[in-house]
Design a binder for this molecule. Structure first.
Ligand code: SF4
Length: 255
């Protein structure tokens, strides 16, 4: 049955709403697909509109760097969740190599990151740099982003709704970069990416298939600063990532 003009306009309005939120991945069930595909498209006031066209703006990008630039533009001066009016100084989009094979995903910006506009630049960032170096890589080799791109006030944990709203942009960053391995830093990142509510104990120590990448969970560097005894455990996680990337294990020091 073809879509009537009222229903079509109703669906168009809903699709436009999702696009404003940065969500472009909309799916139809197969049966509906067959029906709609045969339906004529009545011209609307703005002309004919393919409601279900793959409309991610970055799909026209020439390379991952271009795609990331387009996603950042689409994010704009974002006001999609309440974090935009809770004291953020700036949006912290992400940093690093747009063609990185390894991507780190943290929770959200802290005070230093909010100040400088770059993720992981404070004390936790210094430790992350050391973790990256221990893997035999440089910070500029990898890509680093967070689940939410605005600083939660007082460094509180981002709320579920804030994560859900912001994460469509993170997914688009991940798809643009296409890393071989993603390391989720801490429970908030791991739970949001994997859609699980498990403890760190059960999330760690294994790999997950995630959007064409292998995902590994480890502790957030800020947690490791509070409890340095867990650094050995984090190193075990990073070694899983190194195996997935085919990176050589570091030689044992003779001293
Ligand atoms: Fe927008 Fe994300 Fe910032 Fe919320 S946290 S205002 S969704 S950029």
């Amino acid at each position: 049955m073809p879509l009537g003009p009222k229903l079509r306009e109703h669906i168009a309005e809903r699709v436009r709403y999702y696009r404003e939120l940065g969500i472009y991945d909309l799916y139809r069930r197969e049966v509906a697909n067959a029906v709609v595909a045969r339906a004529p498209s009545p011209p609307s006031a703005g002309g004919a509109e393919d409601l279900f066209a793959p409309a991610r703006p970055e799909s026209r990008a020439g390379d991952p760097a271009d795609a990331l630039r387009i996603i950042r533009e689409d994010l704009g001066d974002c006001t999609r969740c309440v974090l935009h009016r809770q004291g953020r100084k700036q949006i912290v989009f992400g940093v690093g190599n747009p063609q990185a094979e390894l991507m780190f995903v943290g929770e959200g910006p802290g005070a230093d990151e909010d100040e400088q506009g770059e993720p992981f630049v404070g004390r936790a960032g210094q430790l992350l740099n050391k973790m990256i170096a221990a893997m035999g890589l440089r910070r500029e080799d990898v890509y680093i982003a967070n689940v939410v791109k605005c600083r939660p006030p007082g460094n509180r944990t981002p709320e579920r709704e804030e994560c859900d709203t912001c994460s469509s942009f993170l997914m688009r960053q991940i798809d643009a970069i296409g890393p071989r391995v993603i390391v989720a830093l801490g429970a908030v990142a791991a739970r949001n990416l994997l859609g699980l509510n498990d403890s760190m104990a059960s999330l760690r120590g294994r790999t997950y298939d995630f959007r064409g990448s292998r995902l590994i969970v480890t502790y957030h560097p800020a947690f490791l600063l509070r409890d340095p005894r867990q650094k050995g455990e984090a190193w075990k996680d990073l070694q899983i990532a190194m195996r997935e990337l085919g990176l050589p294990a570091p030689r044992k020091s003779s001293s």
